[in-house]
Design a binder for this molecule. Sequence first.
Ligand code: ZN
Length: 66
Amino acid sequence: MGKWRCAACGCLFVPRRNVPQQRYCAKRACQRTRRRRWQRQRLQTDADYRANQAANLVTDTGHAPR
Ligand SMILES: [Zn+2]
């Protein structure tokens, strides 16, 4: 199995077998970068997701449902 270059920090890592398209290493900072990029892309491409995020924000900052 080959190694991948992390898209965040550029180090070489071995991707997990169950995540063949993993592009980031396991470092916490890189995982955070991955999530942030994914989230940003999702926000740009998925209007439903954006609406859900807005609804969650309202719930988080507003009063609890119960
Ligand atoms: Zn990395």
